[in-house]
Design a protein around this ligand. Structure first.
Ligand code: BGC
Length: 423
């Protein structure tokens, strides 16, 4: 820059003002350490976007990613850190767990930001109920995932002369044809949370939304051990024959990769799977199809990702937390993040342009399920019940799926007993 003494005050202030602004920004710059489990291709792209948007506002992001789909490992690590008095600034905590952390006195209030930005007006009461403890916002919702989806590779169906199924009967017909053609019908990862996710879809179709809620939200013991549950368990077990032998321990995104590559025909998984198709450059309707999991077209099992914020000491870090919360609910973030993540925006006032057909369908399904009373919380992803009950049910389901000793009726009785013991 050329300095001329004659340019006087104007020039000096032009020089000093940006430095002053920089100094102020630096004084206000805080750091947010964020615990999450977004480590697959699509998930990591989504998390990177949030980091970038926070850093653009002068704050820094300390990444604390704990691998493990469904988040069980992340929650174990979080408990250890919190118990030792050193929790991260923000953590991906969902559903009932939010209230539990709040009741233990760990969480900071987001009320000021929520009031200033009118969160109550742009979010559904179904969502705000989960984010508040005692009437106060202690978490910020990020998105809405639909869990009951089926992802299909149409080229595999064509090869086998099969049709993408809408019901369980059609699923069996298609799976038999695909298997007869020497192909893998169902891509699955043999991890307990994935077993639970698959069972949730079968249970939703078999029980219907009312009995699903009686069993997994109200914990009605008669429904948990009743005839429909036994049928759901039998159907669930019959899916094992359509899964390849190497599924034990396989991560969910590797299973999605099998559908992407055409090694398998279908996967039943929440729409974070779409993030993998998107990251691989695949186009819905063309390279892959998304349809409701068999028999669940009118139902929507919701899973809401959210970040809860732990109480911090310094003003700068507290400020950075509020900036992060406000960024998450900004329309720009809601659009870009959800396109990558496979979910739909949690704001009700968003237009869906720029979103693909699966997201548009998901939003329509969300709205109509909300209006018709068929919107149900996903128990396998922590929205319906406590993590104790979720864990107990997951153990029973996964053991039943993977051993040959337990009958469906015995498994149903075990579910009822496990829930009773964990209540
Ligand atoms: C989370 C998703 C995540 C998925 C797989 C779910 O419980 O809600 O955000 O992508 O687990 O890790």
């Amino acid at each position: 820059m050329h300095y001329s003494p004659r340019s006087g005050r104007g020039h000096l202030s032009a020089l000093v003002a940006p430095l002053l602004a920089l100094a102020i920004n630096q004084a206000q710059a805080g750091q947010v350490e964020v615990l999450h489990w977004w480590t697959s291709g699509g998930e990591a792209r989504s998390a990177a976007l949030l980091k970038e948007m926070l850093e653009k506002q002068g704050h820094s992001w300390k990444d604390f990613a704990v691998a493990g789909g469904g988040g069980e490992s992340a929650m174990t690590v979080l408990k250890t850190r919190a118990v030792s008095g050193n929790p991260p600034a923000a953590a991906q905590i969902k559903g009932h767990d939010i209230q539990e952390w709040a009741e233990l006195g760990f969480l900071a209030s987001l009320d000021d930001t929520a009031t200033a930005e009118g969160w109550d007006k742009v979010l559904s009461p179904v969502v705000t109920k989960v984010m508040k403890s005692d009437g106060h916002y202690v978490a910020v919702p990020i998105n809405v995932h639909r869990v009951n989806w089926l992802w299909a590779n149409p080229a595999v169906f064509t090869k086998a002369g099969a049709t993408i199924p809408g019901s369980w009967e059609e699923f069996i017909t298609a799976a038999d044809k695909i298997q007869a053609a020497g192909l893998i019908p169902l891509a699955h990862g043999g991890q307990p949370w994935q077993d639970a996710t698959l069972f949730e879809a079968v249970a939703l179709a078999t029980l219907g939304t009312d009995d699903y809620s009686r069993a997994f939200v109200d914990h009605d013991i008669r429904v948990l051990s009743g005839d429909k549950m036994v049928l759901a368990l039998e159907r669930f077990k019959s899916l094992r024959q359509y899964i390849d032998r190497d599924s034990a321990g396989r991560d969910w995104n590797i299973a999605t990769g099998m559908v992407i590559s055409g090694d398998a025909a279908m996967q039943i998984m929440g729409d974070w799977a779409k993030g993998e198709f998107a990251a691989a450059g695949k186009v819905p309707g063309q390279d892959y199809r998304c349809v409701a999991a068999p028999g669940t077209a009118t139902a929507f099992a919701f899973n809401i990702d959210s970040l809860a914020f732990f109480k911090l000491r310094t003003k700068d870090d507290q400020n950075a937390q509020q900036v992060l919360a406000s960024t998450i609910l900004s329309p720009a973030f809601q659009k870009a993040f959800n396109i990558n993540k496979g979910s739909i925006p949690v704001r009700l006032d968003m237009v869906m342009d720029g979103f693909d057909q699966c997201a548009v369908d998901s939003m329509a399904a969300f709205r109509s399920a909300n209006a018709n009373g068929t919107l149900v919380p996903s128990w396998s992803h922590g929205l319906a019940t406590t993590s104790q009950i979720q864990g107990a049910l997951t153990d029973v389901i996964s053991n039943y799926f993977n051993d040959d000793k337990t009958t469906a009726q015995e498994a149903a009785n075990k579910m009822a007993r496990a829930v009773k013991a964990a209540m």
